[in-house]
Design a protein around this ligand. Sequence first.
Ligand code: BES
Ligand code: MN
Ligand code: ZN
Length: 505
Amino acid sequence: MEFEIICGSPAKQPAGCVVAGVFEEGKLSAAAELLDSAAKKFLTGIVRRGDMNGKAGASLLLHEVPGIAAERVLLVGLGKQREFGAKEYRTAVGAAVRRLGDAGAKDAALYLTELSVGKRDVAWNVRQATLAAQDALYRFDKLKSKKEEQRRRLAKLCFAVARRTDKATAEAALAEGVAIAAGMELARDLGNLPGNICTPSYLADQARQLGKAHRLGVDVLDRADMEKLGMNTLLSVARGSHEPPKFIVLRYNGGGSAKPVVLVGKGITFDSGGISLKPGLEMDEMKYDMSGAGSVLGTLKAAALMKLPLNVVGVIPSTENMPGGSATKPGDVVTSMSGQTVEILNTDAEGRLILCDALTYVQRFEPDCVVDIATLTGACVIALGHVATGLLANDDELALELLAAGDDAQDRAWRLPLWDDYREQLKSNFADMANIGGRPAGTITAACFLSRFAEAYRWGHLDIAGTAWRSGQEKGATGRPVPLLSHFLIARARRASKAAGRKRK
Ligand code: BES
Ligand code: MN
Ligand code: ZN
């Protein structure tokens, strides 16, 4: 999809379709008003006759509206004006783009971007519209022998801004939106690919390709390298599988000699549970257990496309978790790369076992901060559902940064406590710690486990078990939390360049 920022009268846009909003109270948005007066109250008549009720997500496509240059007018319901906020805005853009996808228009001028959404600015409107549009257009038919009929003719979307002086800001925001959307798409595709295709080796190939396309440094460690480093908890997970494990490192260097942000993504390409085998129902969904890894690749892609003036290192420990003959058994004790010993009481708590060695490994980058992203616990789905990502951190400032980034991106997280009081649950009679802490507070005890390997730096942990994919009819990967992470990096880049500006003065 091609995107462009435009400015000017909606009535005079020579587009295949011009899109404007209507509130549920029957009130036309400013752009719809302009169309209405150019069309001699044509739209007022439609609303009065009840053909457009303005309900959120409703749409009405009109042809050859008198006085309007565009071939079509698409009216989109915005819901009640009083309640119009970020969520309603995204719903409206999504509904508009879906409707356009079925229509014959080749291009469209969206005036929804001119709406005021709370206290959000033009940049926010444009970024969110780009993400909502890409989300609405996403299809995953790579594995169908007959591709979904390509009925869609829509090739170009123009976002309108009200003032000419906003155009430059909007164009910069559009570029960010396009970059983030590309990162999300990568994360989604990888999440949707099944375990027999998206293996650890496949992820390593994807990393190499990304590296080539965007000039990232890429290293892939094999089993032998990991043995040398003493990554025994990671390797203990890989023992039950025939697929070779990979430890992937990507380096994006946009920030000179600054300390890097390190992103660590859980890359379990299939989680059967191992010897502590999962029940059969919906086990297929455990192909998404590499979504943390996918979001690291996606975010690095976005960062590179945006040319952020930062250094970012992506680290992906990747393996399958299978119950083969050599698999780790409940009760086995292994020595992690950090030297701490772990009693593996449940082989299904494997995410923390691969992440802990990665958290030890990343010390070598002398990180400014480390954020890991993992589909870590079913308990997080119980606690926060599919709405918020779980956030735990050993540093308040970093936690606030991540929360703010999530709010801004409409990809929200919610913080849970990481108090010492929970550590007791991980006590083991036979090793330094156990890999599970019982049923209570499962998300927190998992993070407590990780925190023992992250004491050398500022660290945040995102549990995306509930947010990385949807189950049910609309089953599939969501691309979250690429928007959160991208906004986190954008905000840091802004602060870094401001600080550099001050120094120069
Ligand atoms: N990948 C799962 C977590 C998960 C479960 C993600 C459901 C999405 C939906 C993880 O490896 C796991 O199995 N966790 C266990 C931990 C338990 C054994 C302490 C869980 O949550 O049941
Ligand atoms: Mn598991
Ligand atoms: Zn898992």
